[in-house]
Ligand binder design. Structure first.
Ligand code: MRU
Length: 363
């Protein structure tokens, strides 16, 4: 995607061929800055502190993290230790484990002196594939949006398609394009009249900060709403579709996404608003069935609940929201059962949220 006319990915190999560049997402939307990651420790810290975030992007960062570790020590022991260190940073998104396993399995049979280069090539391949998958998700999602518009009565054809999204499942959550936002970008570029309701997404406000930032750079009309507004808007016919990403999708189609997604799905179900989930294959965890029982939910620092970051007089500042002494609790994700999902939009096409639906796509 372009920022001030320049095409950016969220992660890249620096010109030295040894270190990794990333966009510092903690600074957005107020400052566009980049960071260079030079060690496995720095990659792990960037994932843990959410300098990089979003399921596909943390997978790619983890893959490059293994490369950084192997440049220093390509032994079996170092590979295993780096794998564990990176995998422990964030527990919910399965893309991280998937990408780490892919790089480990690629390099482990090689002589140690060849491992760092092989890890680099594998990480680059994962990044390139992620871009292709997200773009394909965009095309399949665009077809759904076109069907929604075509199904309207003639006098409503020109009205904007009003799409609600939660958290940030856009370009910044992936390498490029995004998952849930890819169909929105495709629709906008195809000239469709589209408007996005962006949930602010407390506590870290990825919607208010990152989704709004991305949509603004791309010129997509959007409005930021508080997390609790979606149900009201649906009751009043102001939402034509909901589309979100997922950090882990079980084989029966349960989806785990940013906390609050489940409530949006319930409201959508109650108001006959279609609820779509966009995902690449790397987000499917074929080893589990029941998302509520089996997906580990990341508990983040309560300070993200009791405090909030914003810009004060031009500078980034953190302010306290809650009274001294009040505790916070901060589960970062929740699970939406498959029965509430209208369809899964993947790089291979659109499927019902069910084991048969997924297996038909990924035979
Ligand atoms: O905690 P985050 O910001 O990493 O959470 C991101 C999300 O919940 C996204 O919706 C999810 O990773 C799918 S993104 C393509």
């Amino acid at each position: 995607m372009k920022i001030d006319g320049k095409a950016w990915r969220t992660i890249w190999l620096e010109p030295d061929g040894r270190s990794i560049g990333v966009i510092d997402q903690i600074q957005l939307p107020h400052r566009f800055t980049t960071r260079t990651l030079r060690s496995c420790d720095e990659a792990a810290e960037a994932i843990r502190t959410m300098v990089v975030r979003g399921a596909p992007l943390i997978g790619v960062t983890g893959a490059y993290g293994l490369m950084l570790a192997l440049q220093v020590d390509p032994s079996d022991a170092a590979l295993a230790a780096a794998f564990e260190q990176l995998n422990a940073t964030r527990p919910t998104a399965v893309n991280l484990r998937w990408a780490l396993e892919r790089v480990r399995d690629r390099v482990a049979p090689l002589p140690p002196e060849q491992r760092a280069e092989a890890a680099k090539a594998e990480a680059a391949a994962i990044a390139d594939e992620d871009v292709a998958m997200c773009e394909a998700i965009g095309d399949h999602g665009l077809a759904i949006f076109q069907q929604l518009v075509a199904a309207r009565p003639a006098e409503r054809q020109q009205e904007p398609l009003r799409v609600l999204t939660h958290c940030n499942a856009g370009w910044l959550a992936t390498v490029d394009w995004g998952t849930a936002l890819a169909p929105i970008y495709k629709a906008h570029r195809a000239g469709m009249n589209i408007h996005v309701w962006a949930d602010e997404t407390r506590p870290r406000n990825q919607g208010a900060s990152l989704t709004a930032y991305e949509l603004g750079r791309e010129g997509v009309p959007h409005t930021v709403i508080v997390d609790n507004a979606g149900g009201h808007l649906m009751q009043h016919g102001q939402v034509d579709a909901v589309i979100v990403g997922t950090d882990r999708t079980t084989r029966r189609g349960d989806v785990c996404n940013k906390i609050g997604t489940y409530l949006k799905a319930l409201a959508a179900h109650d108001n006959n608003v279609p609820f779509y989930v966009a995902l690449p294959a790397s987000t499917i965890d074929w080893s589990i069935d029941d998302g509520v029982a089996e997906i580990p939910i990341e508990a983040r620092d309560a300070r993200e609940v009791t405090h909030i970051q914003g810009r004060v007089a031009g500078e980034l500042a953190v302010v306290q929201l809650t009274p001294d002494g009040s505790e916070g609790f901060n589960p970062a994700f929740d699970v939406t059962p498959a029965r509430l999902v209208t369809a899964l939009i993947t790089e291979r096409g659109v499927a019902p949220a069910s084991e048969d639906g997924l297996r038909n796509l990924y035979a």
